[in-house]
Ligand binder design. Sequence first.
Ligand SMILES: C[S@@+](CC[C@H](N)C(=O)[O-])C[C@H]1O[C@@H](n2cnc3c(N)ncnc32)[C@H](O)[C@@H]1O
Length: 212
Amino acid sequence: MESAFWHERWENQQIGFHQPHTHELLLKYFSGVVKPGAKVFVPLCGKSKDMLWLLEKGYRVFGVELSELAARQFFEENQLKPKITQRGDFKEYALDELVIWVGDFFKLVKSDLADIDAWYDRAAMIALPPEMRQRYVQQLCEQLPEQAKGLLITLQYPNGYREGPPFSVLEGEVEVGYGQRFSIDQLESAETTVNGKQTDDNPVTEQVYKLD
Ligand SMILES: C[S@@+](CC[C@H](N)C(=O)[O-])C[C@H]1O[C@@H](n2cnc3c(N)ncnc32)[C@H](O)[C@@H]1O
């Protein structure tokens, strides 16, 4: 997906992916994967409420998001006043233990993630088309520090069911992409809906993985 696609989505507020509440799989699994105090990278973070939950539970948060509008909305809607600083290719919005860099994930370099302990991917990998997703996974594998652990949430649906995003990501792709670098444990797979749209014969499932 080119950046113009996402900027347009944010400008028109076509953000069906945004959830008004904390993701239930984050609540259920995250503290079992990573202990509070850890610095958690949230790639393609949007204005996700999940970042607030992480902060409330004592994690430090580092989000990266293409859309400045998303970052501004995150701080405004949560009545938070960030300090804004230009950092190379990125514009930093920071407040206490929360830092969001506005800019392109693909411009990050290894030193940007040097103090990351963990990462949380909800609707990031599945937001990207196949070739871009491969680059995304490769970059995480190369740039995340050795000890980093992840919680990854993906979706699956049959070929031809709908167009992405969100894209369907099969277990095999997670295995091929992350398997060389991390041990992968699928914690759960259950029926879900895309952006809350329920159909009679719903073929969509959601998977959550621990990467260690
Ligand atoms: C499907 S949304 C998910 C947002 C968030 N993770 C959530 O759960 O609500 C994908 C987000 O990735 C952002 N994005 C897309 N490509 C990006 C890139 N190359 N670098 C940084 N952010 C990007 C989009 O602007 C959008 O906010």
